[in-house]
Design a protein around this ligand. Sequence first.
Ligand code: ADP
Ligand code: MG
Length: 237
Amino acid sequence: MLELKNINTYYGEFHAIRDISFKVNQGDFFLVVGPNGHGKSTLLKTICGLLRTASGQIVFNTAEITRAATDKIVEMGLVYVAEERHLFPQMTVLDNLKLGAYNTNARAKEQESLEYVFHLFPQLSEFKNRYAATLSGGEARMLTLGRGIMSCAKLLAIDEPSFGLAPILRNEVFDKINEINSSGMTVLLVEQNVNQVVDFADRICLIEDGCIVFDGPREEALLNEHLKDVFLGGSYR
Ligand code: ADP
Ligand code: MG
């Protein structure tokens, strides 16, 4: 569904993403892990057209998107859910959600998507007329996910949804992402909190210093000594 072939991203002279290739299959829960500052967000931003790769190719559902504009990429169904909240605090929950459906494809399905989002996140339905500013951290995170779904996503690329949340709320967010994936949506998730999410992943890719140092199915990742040492301290099961 999504294929990266030899992607290289620079910030000026700094080589942040180094020759990364991988494939995300339709329906997969693809988890990208790696220490802070090693290129995970840069990778997602490159995929979603917010940054440009210096070479290589990105293919989404048979179309090449390497140099496509972000709004076109969104319209094709590849939707980036940023780490930062990017919500409009002085707009209601409902209006924030509707903003997710600005492209033509999404607008046509707005009502249907809204029903799904409210089914998935009953709290958002309850608070739909409140300003986004009044939401708790966990609720705001749910709203960013909901807004991604409103864009008629086929693949949700989610950056560190657990960032800044208490452990119990992190679990809630991860459970919801798993539910979204179980409903058929392909998920590409970037996370540092591996322990709480590893069980949901079909495939795990470890990035260090902008390079892939491991890419394989979860079963293989669980046996990988380096992955255990770096992130999980061996005590994640
Ligand atoms: P991660 O998401 O894994 O924490 P990032 O992709 O945000 O890492 O950053 C990877 C590297 O690129 C880091 O060394 C970071 O300092 C650098 N970097 C990130 N954003 C910029 C930027 N806008 N300009 C220059 N360097 C950046
Ligand atoms: Mg990041």
